[in-house]
Design a protein. Structure first.
Ligand code: 4GO
Length: 248
């Protein structure tokens, strides 16, 4: 996959290109990265890329011409690249959308700064506005890196073990189960017996029950659209029965 970021701070993306599983995956050629700095596409000799908002108000707005020039260059390098703008006004990102984006051959992610970008960039390009949550940060770079990281870890061979990504929260519409490693006892707390039993079917059932419990208590909204397997329905009934048995 070929990922391009349009950003005033290309160095920030070292977090992705140089570290951890995404860094290793890039070294192994599983994805490529380029940053385009709008400043290098400025139409003035001083490299100004922002200006005051029409209508007044605080802060600065990123100007359309250098952004459009950067977009055009990114498109030239990757004509099939999907254009994305990170913004709190965007569609909230979900695991489903992340896995769709992981099927693309290229992404071009536009990162805003200041008060944002000139609206005509959004009007004049086929561009998807995506939000990583209902909060504001000072630049689109960190949201972009979160989106890109989420996409990359779904690419074949990026994670050490194919099963890792399959286990994660949201993949099957449920939250992940608790995890334990050595030592068996820590601060008076012991690893659940079943996980040490070596009984694979019982372990799988315990984990599924834990996932259902967590989802029920922490994110009941996720269960609304969930297609329950017969085993999940049975376990959920048992859990709800258990909870009713607890006296108030
Ligand atoms: C994206 C961008 C939050 C998100 C941003 C988000 N804040 N929730 N800030 O995905 C334009 C200038 C937007 C700063 C940017």
């Amino acid at each position: 996959m070929y990922i391009q970021a349009i950003t005033l701070f290309p160095e920030m993306f070292a977090a992705l290109t140089e570290y951890g599983v995404t860094g290793r995956a890039r070294q192994h050629g599983l994805w490529r990265f380029d940053a385009l700095n709008p400043r290098e596409f400025a139409d003035n000799p001083l490299g100004y890329i922002d200006d005051r908002p029409f209508g007044g108000g605080p802060g600065m707005i990123m100007m359309a011409p250098p952004l459009q020039a950067a977009i055009d260059n990114a498109k030239k390098a990757c004509p099939d690249g999907r254009l994305i703008y990170m913004s709190p006004q965007g569609t909230p990102l979900t695991h489903t959308r992340v896995s769709q984006l992981a099927q693309e051959s290229g992404l071009i992610v536009l990162c805003g700064r200041y008060e944002g970008i000139d609206e005509r960039i959004l009007m004049g390009n086929d561009i998807e506005e995506i939000s990583i949550g209902d909060f504001v940060v000072s630049g689109g770079e960190l949201p972009a890196m979160m989106l890109i990281d989420a996409v990359l870890r779904l690419l074949p061979d990026v994670l050490g073990d194919d099963r890792s990504a399959q286990q994660d929260s949201f993949v099957d519409g449920l939250l992940d189960c608790p995890h334990y490693t050595r030592p068996i006892q820590f601060n008076q707390m012991v690893v659940p017996e079943v996980l040490r039993s070596g009984h694979h079917a019982l372990i799988a059932q315990w984990r599924l029950a834990q996932s259902l419990k967590r989802t029920l208590t922490r994110r009941p909204d996720l269960l609304k659209g969930h297609a329950f397997t017969p085993q999940e329905s049975r376990l959920l009934q048992e859990i709800q029965q258990e909870q009713q048995d607890i006296p108030l």
